[in-house]
Design a protein around this ligand. Structure first.
Ligand SMILES: NC(=O)c1ccc[n+]([C@@H]2O[C@H](COP(=O)([O-])OP(=O)(O)OC[C@H]3O[C@@H](n4cnc5c(N)ncnc54)[C@H](O)[C@@H]3O)[C@@H](O)[C@H]2O)c1
Length: 256
């Protein structure tokens, strides 16, 4: 299978896209360590997968000691660490003048500092290993603005640049860094926040070429590919997976 003999660490894997990536990676042959703050959620994910394939590590990626501990634990348990998926993120509301200052700091800590620190921890190991793949789950919101989401969009834009910068600095060690930018996906982060829509009431989905949002599973194939040796010549890429949202012109969407 595509991910046979790969060991991966996935953050925020107790729900949504992270949980779906966890399941997909194991189905594709990987051993995975999953970190999140809610132990029960992580255990629920692990209970759906074959024993011995998943290590559950309850922890908070805004704490540097947890980051160091989970990287160490993954390497001890799996024998190595080939793939890091920086997936965990938060998305509080507010524009520049409204966003709560604690929220602003928490978003920077979760969406930007944590991926940076995790990359910093895994790069020396991946150098020794002769390579590795880091997948940063960014967002279409890192490339386009979302009204009232200044903290989220700013950190996702920075995560995209962090990905490209690391690709330049560590390509010579065969360590690859790619960013995945989903459009709207139905998860805890989004479900219910924007109202209830269906095929007779498409709401904001009417302007998306595919006329719908994605299920978390639809984001996993690209991640499995990036984790695998099939993508061995890809680094520094920023991959949209958005049902075509990004190609729509705002003016034209208004005319539809
Ligand atoms: N849902 C969407 O429409 C969408 C669109 C674009 C990008 N994304 C990105 O996809 C990724 C996954 O989001 P999701 O939609 O599955 O949301 P989600 O809220 O279901 O998943 C995020 C997970 O991260 C965990 N997490 C948050 N802070 C943490 C911390 N400090 N330590 C450990 N774990 C922490 C949460 O508990 C949760 O399990 C995020 O990076 C998000 O920005 C989502």
């Amino acid at each position: 299978m595509r991910l046979d003999n790969k060991v991966a660490l996935i953050t925020g894997a107790g729900s949504g896209i992270g949980a779906a990536i966890a399941k997909r990676f194991v189905e594709d042959g990987a051993k995975i360590c999953i970190i999140g703050r809610r132990k029960k959620n992580l255990e629920d994910v692990a209970s759906q997968l074959p024993p011995g394939k998943v290590k559950v590590f309850p922890g908070d990626i805004t704490k540097y000691e947890d980051i160091k501990a989970v990287v160490k634990a993954t390497i001890e348990w799996g024998g190595k660490l080939d793939v890091l998926v920086n997936n965990a993120a938060i998305n509080p509301e507010g524009g520049v003048a409204e966003v709560d200052l604690n929220d602003w700091q928490a978003v920077i800590a979760t969406n930007l500092n944590a991926p940076f620190l995790l990359m910093r921890e895994v790069v020396p190991h991946m150098k020794e290993l002769g390579g590795g793949s880091v997948i940063n789950i960014a967002s279409l919101g890192g490339l386009r603005c979302l009204s009232g989401r200044v903290a989220y969009c700013t950190t996702k834009a920075a995560l995209i640049m962090l990905t490209k910068q690391a690709a330049v600095d560590y390509g010579k060690y065969n360590i690859r860094f790619n960013a995945v930018c989903p459009g709207f996906v139905f998860t805890e982060m989004t479900r219910g926040h924007f109202g209830v829509f269906d095929k007779d009431n498409l709401g904001p989905f009417k302007n998306i070429p595919l006329k719908r949002g994605a299920e978390p599973e639809e984001i996993t194939g690209i991640c499995s590919y990036l984790a695998s040796d099939d993508s061995g010549f890809m680094t520094g890429s920023v991959l949209l997976i958005d049902g075509g949202t990004a190609v729509v012109d705002a003016f034209d969407a208004g005319l539809q």
